[in-house]
Design a protein around this ligand. Structure first.
Ligand code: PMV
Length: 347
């Protein structure tokens, strides 16, 4: 089979980890399993156009963000192409145009690598399917996730919803270090339509890239304990997701977020990625919970922004609390309302 030209468009969301991935082995193999909520509104849409070249030659592509040429994205994509070439033999046959846009503001401090790399991996898989129409729907998603992982680890958790596990774990049948797996068990209705309001505390460039961050776990004095703890937390979360215990959920999720930051504070070199306003927000959330019995909680990525997580039936109260008490700590008052989503879509 051969095709000369064409284009595919996929839209793929970001995700927020509940049990965090921090530390990897060679070939993007995680040191511990992780699990995330797939988001809904924060997403990347990518159109991949391809045109057969006269001579095979080397990789050849252009990248555009919101219609503008983005040469600073090229090295990351070049690295990605090199890593996936063995699995996509057609890569050097085409010249590609990668046109991408995000629903969330660029440099909002929200990483676009998960949504961006998963969207690109899915576009490449659409070409693969065109060349090999035999591939089943399951294998398509599995391989797209496998490829996305090679672009950015957490990207392999963005293809499906509403919960995805990546990394092999005894309690979760079918889980693998190589690709994300849609959470295979029934989840308690307390977690249906769970909400995530992202408070943009600091929109600056990331202080520590995730590549540098993961590498800090080599020779980290607490690394082995941390990897063990992540496995245990995942076991506990499996029970929590089944029985709907929101108090235990809150404790586990917040502890995971703080542990991620504790790892960065105790590595060499060390980093504090929270800002004073991050701590103000955390304290306000704790007070609100104490005063009202709400089950709102926070989680963090490798940065200062705060993800505020809460059950759907608390939306009115928590949004009022956010507007009255937390927005003051956001840069330019900015926040993004999101919720659990169902994964990537072909456009
Ligand atoms: O996918 P990476 O290499 O950008 O790493 C992401 C790591 C965290 O976002 C901090 C945690 C996670 O599991 O998503």
């Amino acid at each position: 089979n051969s095709i000369d030209e064409g284009s595919f468009t996929w839209s793929s969301p970001s995700n927020i980890a509940l049990v965090k991935y921090w530390g990897k082995k060679e070939h993007q193999i995680p040191e511990n399993p992780s699990i995330s909520f797939t988001l809904d509104n924060c997403k990347t849409t990518t159109t991949l156009s391809f045109l057969k070249k006269v001579n095979r030659g080397d990789f050849s592509f252009d990248v555009l963000l919101d219609g503008e040429q983005k040469d600073d994205f090229k090295p990351k994509i070049e690295t990605f192409f090199k890593r996936v070439e063995a699995y996509l033999p057609f890569l050097k046959d085409y010249h590609f145009k990668i046109e991408t846009s995000n629903t969330f503001p660029h440099s909002s401090g929200i990483a676009s690598s998960a949504s961006g790399m998963s969207a690109l991996a899915l576009c490449l898989m659409s070409i693969e399917k065109e060349l090999d129409s035999e591939i089943s729907k399951d294998d398509f998603i599995k391989k797209a996730s496998f490829l996305a992982r090679l672009g950015s680890g957490s990207a392999c958790r963005s293809l499906e919803g509403d919960l995805v596990i990546w990394g092999s774990h005894n309690d979760i049948k079918g889980s693998s270090d190589l690709f994300g797996l849609k959470y295979p068990y029934k989840v308690h209705e307390n977690f249906r339509d769970y909400q995530d309001t992202i408070l943009l505390v600091d929109k600056g460039e990331k202080q520590v890239s995730s590549t540098v961050g993961h590498n800090l776990m080599y020779n980290h004095p607490f690394a082995q304990e941390r990897f063990k703890q992540a496995n245990e937390n995942l076991s506990d979360l499996v029970s929590i997701l089944k029985n709907g215990d929101l108090n235990k959920f809150v404790a586990l999720v917040e502890s995971e977020a703080l542990t991620l930051h504790a790892m960065m504070m105790t590595s060499m070199p060390y980093f504090i990625l929270m800002k004073p306003n991050t701590l103000e927000i955390i304290n306000k959330i704790w007070n609100f919970r104490k005063d009202t019995g709400s089950r709102v909680c926070f989680t963090l990525d490798a940065g200062a922004n705060v993800h505020v997580l809460y059950p759907e039936n608390e939306t009115a109260d928590v949004m009022e609390f956010i507007k009255n008490e937390l927005v003051a700590y956001c840069q330019n008052g900015q926040y993004i309302c999101d919720q659990i989503g169902l994964g990537a879509k072909k456009m």
